[in-house]
Design a protein around this ligand. Structure first.
Ligand SMILES: [Zn+2]
Length: 226
């Protein structure tokens, strides 16, 4: 009788151990892949016939694409499903568009708002320019049209402040594209091409990695907060 009881006790202990191990595996899984199940659209600004801001032979569209591809990699490693509005030097205007730029932006909106994909957030990657070359620092802009955009903007801006030298604050935008996207998201101006130091940094792979990681941390923080 005692033997049977002991065996039963042993089985209970074993089941408990298995349950605990299983649970800790599940928890570490969440830690490792905090963006599992999230669908994120990266919009690499400009492209093709539209170079964005230009300084000599440095084109905004190229830097946007480089940062976007790094960001795709970082977000995917954290478990997210990631799409890009472009992964090469193209734009989405059509020969039939009366206004090429508008046509390009319109098609980007349609991609991001695709009902089938069920996109959680979009991140539009751009580079800033200002006539006064003193201005520098990454800055996140959002359209004040839903309760999520500002939260996402704040999360990413805070992460950029911690990981880069920016002291800029979030600000609102009313630009055409962001106004008409239903999916929550933000415009990230990664720095100023008009500033000498930042122009060098933005072309540097190591700095682009820092930007991509900062944005990824901000995105994880956002999903933790909402
Ligand atoms: Zn731009």
């Amino acid at each position: 009788m005692l033997k049977v009881k002991f065996k039963f006790f042993l089985v209970v202990i074993l089941v408990l151990i298995i349950l605990i191990i299983d649970k800790s595996v599940a928890i570490s899984h969440i830690d490792e892949f905090p963006l599992l199940g999230k669908v994120i659209f990266i919009d690499a600004g400009h492209g093709g016939r539209d170079p964005g801001v230009v300084y000599g032979n440095v084109y905004e569209k190229d830097i946007n694409l480089e940062i976007s591809k790094l960001l795709e990699e970082k977000l995917s490693l954290k478990g997210a499903t990631v799409f890009l509005t472009r992964d090469s030097d193209i734009d989405h205007s059509s020969i039939y568009d009366a206004h090429k730029k508008r046509g390009d932006l319109y098609r980007r909106i349609k991609m991001i708002d695709d009902n089938y994909l069920k996109v959680d957030i979009y991140l539009s990657i751009h580079i800033n320019w200002y006539k006064d070359s003193y201005y520098k620092g990454a800055e996140v802009l959002y359209y004040d049209g839903n309760k999520f955009n500002k939260v996402l903007a704040s999360s990413i801006q805070e992460s950029l402040k911690i990981n880069t030298s920016t002291n800029r604050e979030i600000t609102t935008t009313n630009l055409y594209m962001y106004k008409y996207i239903n999916t929550p998201g933000v415009l990230i101006e990664c720095g100023f091409l008009s500033n000498y130091q930042e122009r060098k940094l933005l072309q540097d792979k190591a700095y682009q990695e820092i930007l991509a990681n900062s944005i990824t941390y901000g995105v994880i923080e956002y999903f933790n907060n909402i």
